[in-house]
Ligand binder design. Structure first.
Ligand code: UDX
Ligand code: UDX
Ligand code: ADP
Length: 476
């Protein structure tokens, strides 16, 4: 097993693999880092001379890529060659929730990971360290190892689990100043040597005391648990937001008051239209599936409630819009500010906006959308996906009318999106929404002019003074 690493290959050039490898290359000029992907269009975008065309938007990423690309950072579709040339291989491919068969809607689909393991086994020409970087359910490392050993008995493989904790929108900062880096490996000599090799890579910029090493299973389970806890905090404060709206309390005041208890802490207590992103829901559903599999139905139900509360929060927001607009939105123009699942990313996976729009489209609203970074193609794709695959949300089961595409309009400027609308809904907390000229928006709207602030970013007093009727999350 190699112990001094000078070449790394990462399979998967997505939201995790791309930024993580860019930062490793930036911080370790002595290591050649090659990121490979089957998606040629994506690789071409990573190689685009114009850094604004990188396939993902992430603050600070451009500079990192500019510094390392061509020096020791390479993007390629030559997967086999990439594997051959590297001592250490990261698997960073997508692990979506299964949409078919056993575990449908719950378990992670590991077909991409399994395929990677087979590709590695076929291409390997020497002993390798294989690092699982995708979010995977517990015991995946073991499956990878079994496939590698069964397909290739000539070489030795050490499998590490190295979960990623970066959040989108702050990926580069999270990678530069990680709270911790977790590396799980086996207790035998090979395993320990492999752990050391990866620790040495990260020690180039992360303080040693932040590099935690555990068993493979603890590491895999820590990733699921961290995301389940974070999501649980959001669902917990969102559940309280519903009660605040009924009782006249203010959820921000409550969050502030409880957050000052050092045992609770102030982060991740922002009430919203619901959490999104590729990880939270998927990881919790995984956890739930694992608990059921291991005969722990009470534990499974406990965590499942976090997802149910999130579905309810999105539904509550959509329903409030319909109820407030005199019980019908049919033919009314509802303008969405934001589509991404949070600010500073162009990622829309599991974004609340998709579900809210879906419910409004079910009621035949004219949904108009403005998002500074999300493409119009992506927005249509997101709704189509929900329409074609049965959704986990009980509120989005009904199919849309056939002509739904005519009801959905995407804008490149916020002015046109907001003009002549019956209601405005803030779905993403993009900073630029704070600078909108609300006086002129008001002048060009149907009255009463409604605003539904799903992110609590607007100044309620100022907005109300102009004449709007504003509804915010968790404010009675
Ligand atoms: C609690 C609140 O902490 C306090 O702020 C409030 O005013 C009253 O209720 P108390 O019940 O006195 O205080 O003790 P606390 O330290 O919170 O412990 C409560 C229970 O939780 C104990 O049985 C304790 O053993 C248990 N606990 C606490 C755990 O099992 N694990 C933990 O990590 C913390
Ligand atoms: C998350 C974890 O934070 C990260 O550690 C892990 O590696 C991947 O999953 P990410 O999904 O990129 O990261 O973003 P995050 O900042 O966690 O936000 C997730 C969702 O929760 C977003 O939709 C966000 O708007 C929402 N959220 C977050 C809230 O509604 N309120 C909050 O207080 C925090
Ligand atoms: P994540 O958020 O986990 O990074 P993404 O979907 O953004 O997920 O990225 C995963 C990438 O992995 C995609 O670009 C996909 O094309 C790539 N991928 C999936 N399977 C393979 C494979 N067998 N070989 C190479 N690349 C793969």
């Amino acid at each position: 097993i190699p112990n001094k690493i000078n070449s790394i290959c990462c399979i998967g050039a997505g939201y995790v693999g791309g930024p993580t490898m860019s930062v490793i290359a930036q911080k370790c000029p002595h290591i050649k880092v090659t990121v490979v992907d089957i998606n040629e269009e994506r690789i071409n975008a990573w190689n685009d001379e114009n850094l604004d065309n990188l396939p993902i938007y992430e603050p600070g990423l451009n500079q990192v890529v500019a510094e390392a690309r061509g020096r020791n950072l390479f993007f390629s579709t030559e997967i086999e060659q990439g594997i051959k040339d590297a001592q250490m291989i990261f698997i960073s491919v997508n692990t979506p929730t299964k949409t078919y068969g056993t575990g449908k809607g719950m378990a992670a689909d590991l077909k991409f990971v399994e395929l990677c393991a087979r590709q590695i086994a076929q291409a390997a020409n020497e002993d390798k360290i294989v690092v699982e970087k995708s979010t995977l359910p517990v015991r995946t490392a073991e499956s990878i190892k079994r496939i590698l050993e069964a397909e290739d008995s000539e070489h030795e493989f050490a499998i590490l689990s190295n979960p990623e904790f970066l959040a989108e929108g702050t990926a580069i900062e999270d990678l530069h100043y990680a709270d911790r880096m977790l590396i799980g490996g086996e207790s035998d000599e090979n395993g320990q040597n492999a752990i050391e090799a990866l620790v040495d890579v990260y020690a180039n910029w992360i303080p040693r005391e932040k590099l935690i090493t555990t068993s493979v299973w603890s590491s895999e389970l820590s990733k699921l648990t961290a995301n389940a806890f974070l999501a649980q905090r959001v669902s917990s404060i969102n559940s309280i937001s519903a009660l605040c709206e009924r009782t006249g309390a203010d959820v921000e005041e409550v969050a502030h008051a409880i957050g000052m208890d050092s045992r609770i802490g102030s982060k991740f207590l922002k009430s919203s239209v619901g959490f999104g992103g590729s990880c939270f829901q998927k990881d919790i559903l995984n956890l739930v599936y694992l608990c059921r599999h291991f005969g722990l139905p009470e534990v499974a139900e406990y965590w499942e409630q976090v997802v149910k509360m999130n579905d309810y929060q999105k539904h509550r927001f959509a329903k409030q819009i319909i109820d407030t607009l005199f019980n019908t939105v049919s033919g009314k123009k509802i303008s969405f500010l934001g589509w991404a699942f949070k600010k500073d990313t162009n990622d829309t996976r599991e974004s609340s906006a998709i579900y809210v729009a879906y419910e409004l489209l079910q009621d035949r609203a004219e949904v108009h959308v403005y998002d500074p970074k999300v493409s119009s193609d992506q927005i249509y794709k997101d709704i189509s996906y929900l329409q074609e695959h049965s959704s986990s949300s009980p509120y989005c089961k009904e199919k849309l009318p056939k002509d739904w595409k005519e009801l959905l309009h995407i804008h490149k400027e916020s002015d046109l999106c907001l003009k002549n609308s019956h209601a405005i809904a803030v779905l993403t907390e993009w900073d630029e929404f704070k600078n909108i000229n609300w006086d002129s928006v008001y002048a060009n709207m149907y009255k009463p002019a409604f605003i539904f602030d799903g992110r609590n970013i607007l100044d309620r007093e100022k907005i109300a003074k102009i004449g709007f009727e504003i509804k915010s999350i968790g404010k009675g």
